[in-house]
Design a binder for this molecule. Structure first.
Ligand code: MG
Ligand code: MG
Length: 249
Protein backbone atom coordinates (compact mmCIF):
# COMPACT_ATOMS: atom_id res chain seq x y z
CA UNK A 1 0.00 0.00 0.00
CA UNK A 2 1.33 3.43 -0.92
CA UNK A 3 0.92 5.92 1.92
CA UNK A 4 0.52 9.66 1.36
CA UNK A 5 2.31 11.82 3.94
CA UNK A 6 0.92 14.88 5.68
CA UNK A 7 2.85 18.13 5.63
CA UNK A 8 3.81 17.46 9.27
CA UNK A 9 5.25 14.06 8.33
CA UNK A 10 7.13 15.57 5.38
CA UNK A 11 8.63 18.17 7.76
CA UNK A 12 10.03 15.38 9.93
CA UNK A 13 11.40 13.59 6.86
CA UNK A 14 12.91 16.87 5.70
CA UNK A 15 14.74 17.13 9.03
CA UNK A 16 16.03 13.56 8.71
CA UNK A 17 17.01 14.24 5.10
CA UNK A 18 18.90 17.40 6.02
CA UNK A 19 20.98 15.39 8.48
CA UNK A 20 21.74 12.83 5.76
CA UNK A 21 22.90 15.73 3.57
CA UNK A 22 25.17 16.95 6.38
CA UNK A 23 26.72 13.48 6.56
CA UNK A 24 27.51 13.53 2.84
CA UNK A 25 28.94 17.04 3.11
CA UNK A 26 31.26 15.85 5.87
CA UNK A 27 32.26 12.76 3.87
CA UNK A 28 33.15 14.91 0.86
CA UNK A 29 35.66 16.74 3.07
CA UNK A 30 36.97 13.66 4.88
CA UNK A 31 37.25 10.79 2.42
CA UNK A 32 40.83 10.21 1.34
CA UNK A 33 43.27 7.39 0.58
CA UNK A 34 44.36 5.46 3.68
CA UNK A 35 41.00 5.57 5.48
CA UNK A 36 39.18 2.40 6.42
CA UNK A 37 35.52 1.91 5.62
CA UNK A 38 34.97 1.42 9.35
CA UNK A 39 36.30 4.92 9.99
CA UNK A 40 33.81 6.28 7.44
CA UNK A 41 31.02 4.43 9.24
CA UNK A 42 32.11 6.03 12.54
CA UNK A 43 32.11 9.54 11.06
CA UNK A 44 28.61 8.98 9.65
CA UNK A 45 27.21 7.64 12.90
CA UNK A 46 28.73 10.55 14.82
CA UNK A 47 27.16 13.19 12.54
CA UNK A 48 23.79 11.38 12.55
CA UNK A 49 23.66 11.16 16.37
CA UNK A 50 25.06 14.68 16.97
CA UNK A 51 22.07 15.94 15.01
CA UNK A 52 19.45 14.11 17.02
CA UNK A 53 18.87 11.21 14.64
CA UNK A 54 19.60 7.49 14.65
CA UNK A 55 21.22 5.52 11.79
CA UNK A 56 18.37 3.91 9.84
CA UNK A 57 20.39 1.00 8.52
CA UNK A 58 21.94 -0.20 11.80
CA UNK A 59 20.30 -3.56 12.42
CA UNK A 60 17.93 -3.18 9.45
CA UNK A 61 17.40 -6.77 8.26
CA UNK A 62 20.42 -7.52 10.48
CA UNK A 63 22.86 -5.14 8.73
CA UNK A 64 25.88 -4.65 11.03
CA UNK A 65 27.00 -1.13 10.04
CA UNK A 66 25.50 2.34 10.50
CA UNK A 67 25.86 3.00 6.77
CA UNK A 68 26.71 0.94 3.68
CA UNK A 69 30.22 1.45 2.29
CA UNK A 70 30.54 -0.09 -1.17
CA UNK A 71 33.98 0.17 -2.79
CA UNK A 72 34.69 -0.02 -6.55
CA UNK A 73 32.91 -3.08 -7.97
CA UNK A 74 30.60 -3.41 -4.95
CA UNK A 75 27.27 -1.91 -6.03
CA UNK A 76 25.43 -1.72 -2.71
CA UNK A 77 25.31 -3.07 0.86
CA UNK A 78 29.07 -3.09 1.50
CA UNK A 79 29.77 -3.73 5.19
CA UNK A 80 32.11 -1.20 6.86
CA UNK A 81 35.30 -2.87 8.10
CA UNK A 82 39.06 -3.00 7.76
CA UNK A 83 39.22 -2.33 4.01
CA UNK A 84 41.58 0.60 3.33
CA UNK A 85 40.74 3.08 0.58
CA UNK A 86 43.42 3.49 -2.09
CA UNK A 87 44.13 6.36 -4.45
CA UNK A 88 41.89 5.92 -7.51
CA UNK A 89 39.11 4.02 -5.73
CA UNK A 90 35.48 5.06 -5.68
CA UNK A 91 33.23 4.45 -2.71
CA UNK A 92 29.44 4.63 -2.57
CA UNK A 93 28.18 5.53 0.88
CA UNK A 94 24.48 4.89 1.47
CA UNK A 95 23.24 6.87 4.47
CA UNK A 96 19.89 6.67 6.27
CA UNK A 97 18.86 8.78 9.26
CA UNK A 98 15.71 8.55 11.36
CA UNK A 99 14.19 11.59 13.09
CA UNK A 100 11.17 11.10 15.38
CA UNK A 101 10.27 7.91 13.54
CA UNK A 102 10.71 9.21 9.97
CA UNK A 103 13.53 8.36 7.59
CA UNK A 104 15.72 10.06 5.01
CA UNK A 105 17.87 7.98 2.63
CA UNK A 106 20.57 9.14 0.24
CA UNK A 107 23.58 7.49 -1.37
CA UNK A 108 26.53 9.19 -3.01
CA UNK A 109 29.63 7.89 -4.80
CA UNK A 110 32.83 9.63 -3.75
CA UNK A 111 36.14 9.77 -5.62
CA UNK A 112 39.17 8.76 -3.57
CA UNK A 113 42.19 10.83 -4.62
CA UNK A 114 42.91 10.82 -8.36
CA UNK A 115 40.34 8.75 -10.25
CA UNK A 116 40.72 7.88 -13.94
CA UNK A 117 38.48 9.45 -16.56
CA UNK A 118 36.54 6.25 -17.39
CA UNK A 119 35.54 5.83 -13.77
CA UNK A 120 34.65 9.51 -13.41
CA UNK A 121 32.39 9.15 -16.44
CA UNK A 122 30.53 6.28 -14.78
CA UNK A 123 29.97 8.45 -11.70
CA UNK A 124 28.93 11.47 -13.74
CA UNK A 125 26.42 9.48 -15.81
CA UNK A 126 24.95 7.81 -12.71
CA UNK A 127 24.47 11.16 -10.97
CA UNK A 128 22.94 12.64 -14.13
CA UNK A 129 20.61 9.61 -14.35
CA UNK A 130 19.28 10.52 -10.91
CA UNK A 131 18.36 13.97 -12.21
CA UNK A 132 16.85 12.48 -15.38
CA UNK A 133 14.60 10.40 -13.13
CA UNK A 134 13.72 13.45 -11.02
CA UNK A 135 12.68 15.39 -14.13
CA UNK A 136 9.79 12.94 -14.51
CA UNK A 137 8.41 13.52 -11.03
CA UNK A 138 5.08 15.35 -10.92
CA UNK A 139 1.55 14.34 -9.98
CA UNK A 140 -0.08 12.34 -12.78
CA UNK A 141 3.12 10.82 -14.14
CA UNK A 142 3.88 7.18 -13.31
CA UNK A 143 6.72 5.32 -11.64
CA UNK A 144 7.61 3.77 -15.03
CA UNK A 145 8.30 7.25 -16.40
CA UNK A 146 11.06 7.62 -13.80
CA UNK A 147 12.39 4.11 -14.50
CA UNK A 148 12.51 4.63 -18.25
CA UNK A 149 14.23 8.00 -17.94
CA UNK A 150 16.98 6.39 -15.84
CA UNK A 151 17.32 3.23 -17.92
CA UNK A 152 17.42 4.97 -21.29
CA UNK A 153 20.00 7.53 -20.12
CA UNK A 154 22.25 4.90 -18.54
CA UNK A 155 22.06 2.51 -21.50
CA UNK A 156 22.74 5.34 -23.99
CA UNK A 157 26.13 5.65 -22.28
CA UNK A 158 26.84 1.91 -22.55
CA UNK A 159 26.20 1.16 -18.88
CA UNK A 160 23.46 -0.90 -17.20
CA UNK A 161 21.15 -1.07 -14.17
CA UNK A 162 20.32 -4.40 -12.52
CA UNK A 163 16.58 -5.08 -12.24
CA UNK A 164 16.93 -6.61 -8.76
CA UNK A 165 17.85 -3.39 -6.94
CA UNK A 166 15.40 -0.51 -6.94
CA UNK A 167 14.37 2.72 -5.31
CA UNK A 168 11.39 2.67 -2.97
CA UNK A 169 8.74 4.48 -1.04
CA UNK A 170 9.94 5.82 2.32
CA UNK A 171 8.46 7.28 5.50
CA UNK A 172 7.95 5.56 8.84
CA UNK A 173 9.90 2.66 7.31
CA UNK A 174 13.01 3.01 5.18
CA UNK A 175 11.51 0.72 2.57
CA UNK A 176 7.84 1.16 1.73
CA UNK A 177 5.69 0.73 -1.38
CA UNK A 178 6.06 1.41 -4.23
CA UNK A 179 9.19 -0.05 -5.79
CA UNK A 180 10.94 2.54 -7.95
CA UNK A 181 12.88 0.44 -10.48
CA UNK A 182 15.76 1.76 -12.55
CA UNK A 183 14.52 -0.29 -15.50
CA UNK A 184 11.00 0.03 -16.89
CA UNK A 185 8.61 1.38 -19.47
CA UNK A 186 6.99 4.81 -19.66
CA UNK A 187 3.28 5.20 -18.78
CA UNK A 188 3.33 2.09 -16.57
CA UNK A 189 3.22 1.50 -12.82
CA UNK A 190 1.66 3.44 -9.94
CA UNK A 191 0.55 7.04 -10.57
CA UNK A 192 2.54 9.70 -8.69
CA UNK A 193 0.48 11.73 -6.23
CA UNK A 194 1.09 14.71 -3.99
CA UNK A 195 2.27 13.51 -0.57
CA UNK A 196 4.04 10.39 -1.86
CA UNK A 197 7.64 10.17 -0.62
CA UNK A 198 10.09 8.08 -2.60
CA UNK A 199 13.80 7.39 -2.85
CA UNK A 200 15.09 7.47 -6.44
CA UNK A 201 18.43 5.71 -6.71
CA UNK A 202 20.16 4.73 -9.94
CA UNK A 203 22.59 1.88 -9.26
CA UNK A 204 24.77 1.49 -12.31
CA UNK A 205 27.32 -1.04 -13.55
CA UNK A 206 29.94 -0.14 -16.11
CA UNK A 207 29.39 -3.59 -17.68
CA UNK A 208 26.49 -6.02 -17.79
CA UNK A 209 23.62 -5.92 -15.25
CA UNK A 210 23.83 -9.54 -14.06
CA UNK A 211 25.01 -9.64 -10.46
CA UNK A 212 25.34 -11.76 -7.33
CA UNK A 213 25.78 -11.46 -3.56
CA UNK A 214 29.23 -11.83 -1.99
CA UNK A 215 30.11 -14.50 0.59
CA UNK A 216 29.38 -11.99 3.37
CA UNK A 217 25.70 -12.25 2.25
CA UNK A 218 25.50 -8.45 1.83
CA UNK A 219 27.75 -6.89 -0.82
CA UNK A 220 26.46 -7.06 -4.40
CA UNK A 221 28.84 -7.28 -7.38
CA UNK A 222 28.40 -7.71 -11.12
CA UNK A 223 29.18 -11.17 -12.47
CA UNK A 224 31.68 -9.46 -14.79
CA UNK A 225 33.15 -7.52 -11.79
CA UNK A 226 32.73 -4.16 -13.49
CA UNK A 227 32.86 -0.93 -11.50
CA UNK A 228 29.61 0.49 -10.13
CA UNK A 229 28.17 3.77 -8.87
CA UNK A 230 25.11 4.79 -6.86
CA UNK A 231 23.38 8.17 -6.33
CA UNK A 232 20.15 8.61 -4.40
CA UNK A 233 17.83 11.30 -3.11
CA UNK A 234 14.70 11.06 -1.00
CA UNK A 235 11.96 13.34 -2.34
CA UNK A 236 8.40 14.38 -1.53
CA UNK A 237 5.95 14.84 -4.39
CA UNK A 238 4.37 18.30 -4.29
CA UNK A 239 1.38 19.85 -6.08
CA UNK A 240 3.43 20.62 -9.18
CA UNK A 241 6.65 18.64 -8.91
CA UNK A 242 8.87 17.52 -6.07
CA UNK A 243 11.04 18.64 -3.21
CA UNK A 244 14.39 16.99 -2.51
CA UNK A 245 14.45 16.20 1.21
CA UNK A 246 18.04 14.90 1.38
CA UNK A 247 19.75 18.21 0.79
CA UNK A 248 20.64 21.09 3.02
CA UNK A 249 17.88 23.65 3.43
MG1 MG B 1 20.01 4.49 0.39
MG1 MG C 1 17.19 3.71 -0.71
Amino acid sequence: MISLKSSREIELMDRAGTVVALVHKRLKEEIKPGMTTKHIDQICEEVIRENGCTPSFKGLYGFPGSVCTSVNEVLVHGIPGSQILKNGDIISVDVGACYKGYHGDSAWTFLVGDVDEKTRDLCRVTEEALYKGLEQVRPGNRIGDISWAIQSYVEAHGYSCPIEYTGHGIGKSVHEDPYVPNVGRPHTGPILKRGMCIAIEPMVFMGKPHCHTLDDDWGVVANDHSLSAHYEHTIAITADGYKILTKED
